[in-house]
Design a protein around this ligand. Structure first.
Ligand SMILES: Cc1cc2nc3c(=O)[nH]c(=O)nc-3n(C[C@H](O)[C@H](O)[C@H](O)COP(=O)(O)OP(=O)(O)OC[C@H]3O[C@@H](n4cnc5c(N)ncnc54)[C@H](O)[C@@H]3O)c2cc1C
Length: 458
């Protein structure tokens, strides 16, 4: 595989999944490698149709925003008018039962500036995807194919072959498995048997038109309403404040999830019944709130959809021969609203490692990448799990609050590791995400607020 003077440099890069990690990888690889590998081809394959609009709205931390800016995605998003989402300066916390405001969690400094120039953002997933696709498609060496569901494949030290549902195959030098929490790249090739696990937590979410709501909202951008066993997130998604994203974060039994997933797309009556069950679940948790606008939101919101949260078991394999897993495919964890930042960070770190070490064996690069990421991901995973295990029952939503407080990464000092033949270069890699948390413990603040709400409510 002689290539532009670098004997081991991959020329045909295949990416499975055109989600956040997949498109960020394509863009970062193209940006970092094009000058040293002029004949590079990056092909991205996604199993879904290009035009899926499901998924509601995602919260991007300041860290995620900074990475998206680095990749040119933020400026693309900012040109999308109402679809660009909204910047979030603060989350307002309310007690559902006491019906009172507990306080704002501000994500800006005293002058109203975001951390390192970036605030949080709430944006529709479909809009973020459109912005990422637009940037990727402008790159001459990137091609994105939809309707290409990976069903299997094989990897050897020499090359890697992917097999798709339509029977087609493709062969390349390097595969990045970015196909999310249920990754076929992981379960069929890299780490067979390592299937995703349900966390017990689900989002039941929908969008509401605020023009149908009689009572004005008492928050500016985003609010979290704390109940004893769950929380309700409400967030505008557009500058006109006409679209409200509503998500109930609740425990849902695995049995119900299985029933939900077993409903066929053509069984309209079963679908209708399940939607009514979702509505009932949300009403049971929040319908008795003493906050009138919450009752109105719950009353007037239709089409609740269930999004169970899955995780990938820790310490599973991340690579095999010429395949590396990135993003949720490698390390999906219980929600902390920072997972998208981790996915983009994975992409940027691996792309920089590859660009800085084009003549290094892939296996050595994968090991170096894992050395850089594994400990951090494990810590983040443990922290997420602890938060959810101990706090969901107190009705907190710690990830949302804490993660938007993340300050920006500081580039670490240049460092040098060992390669088979020469030291691996690792300059200007982003600092680990979880180390960027603000010293101000927002989590303990929300705990205190939650406790005081509980005490008030008896
Ligand atoms: C309910 C819920 C709410 C969340 N909210 C937030 C939030 O507010 N902020 C945040 O930062 N994170 C949030 N997360 C986590 C975040 O969505 C993920 O961490 C992030 O999307 C991971 O990106 P990814 O590219 O690794 O995976 P994904 O975004 O899941 O992308 C995977 C892609 O692979 C494709 N694919 C899957 N299987 C195949 C196959 N066999 N063949 C080909 N293609 C395939 C899919 O179509 C998809 O496009 C949330 C997660 C859940 C479940």
């Amino acid at each position: 595989m002689q290539h532009g003077g670098f004997p081991t440099m991959p020329r045909e890069i295949l990416i499975v999944g055109a989600g956040i990690a997949g498109l960020a990888s394509a863009i970062a690889l193209s940006n970092n490698l094009s000058s040293i590998a002029p004949s590079l081809n990056i092909s991205v394959y996604d199993g879904a149709s290009e035009f899926t609009t499901s998924g509601g709205a995602i919260s991007l931390t300041p860290v995620a925003q900074r990475y998206l800016d680095e990749l040119g995605i933020l400026s693309e998003l900012n040109q999308m008018g109402d679809e660009a989402g909204i910047e979030v300066d603060a989350i307002d916390l309310f007690s559902v039962r006491a019906g009172r405001r507990l306080g704002p969690l501000r994500f800006t400094d005293e002058n109203g500036h975001g951390y390192g120039g970036y605030k949080g953002r709430r944006v529709l997933r479909s809009a973020l995807s459109a912005a990422m696709l637009a940037v990727a498609r402008r790159l001459p060496n990137v091609s994105v194919y939809h309707g290409m569901k990976l069903v299997g494949g094989s990897t050897t030290p020499e090359n890697v072959t992917l097999k798709f549902e339509d029977g087609s195959t493709v062969t390349g030098d390097l595969v990045l498995g970015c196909d999310g929490v249920h990754s076929a790249t992981r379960t069929k090739i890299v780490d067979p048997g390592n299937r995703s696990e349900y966390t017990g937590i689900s989002f039941i979410q929908s969008m509401t038109d605020t023009r149908n709501l009689p009572t004005p909202m008492p928050f500016n951008q985003t609010a979290v309403h704390l109940a004893r066993h769950s929380s309700l997130l409400t967030s505008y998604c557009d500058p006109k404040q006409e679209k409200l994203f509503v998500a109930a974060v609740v425990r849902v039994s695995e049995h119900l999830i299985e029933r939900y997933q077993a409903i066929s797309e053509t069984d309209l009556s079963a679908q209708k019944n399940m939607k009514m069950s979702m509505r009932y679940l949300v009403r049971a948790q929040f319908g008795m709130s003493s906050l009138p606008y919450i009752r109105e939101i719950i009353d007037r919101t239709e089409d609740w959809m269930l999004y169970p949260v899955y995780q990938v078991r820790q310490r599973g394999k991340w690579h095999a021969d010429r395949i590396l897993l990135l993003g949720d495919a490698a390390h999906a964890m219980p929600p902390r609203d920072e997972s998208a930042a981790y996915a983009v960070e994975d992409a940027i770190i691996f792309s920089k490692l590859l660009a800085q070490n084009p003549d290094c064996q892939l296996v050595t690069l994968f090991e170096e990448y894992e050395n850089l990421r594994r400990g951090l991901v494990n810590k983040a995973f443990d922290a997420s799990r602890r938060l959810w295990q101990s706090d969901l029952d107190k009705g907190l939503f710690p990830g949302q609050a804490r993660d938007l407080m993340s300050s920006l990464h500081l580039p670490p000092d240049s460092c040098v590791g060992k390669c088979a033949t020469k030291p691996i270069t690792k300059t200007n890699l982003p600092a680990p995400t979880h180390e960027s948390f603000s010293d101000l413990s927002v989590y303990s603040l929300t705990s205190d607020l939650g406790r005081s709400a509980d005490a008030t409510n008896g």
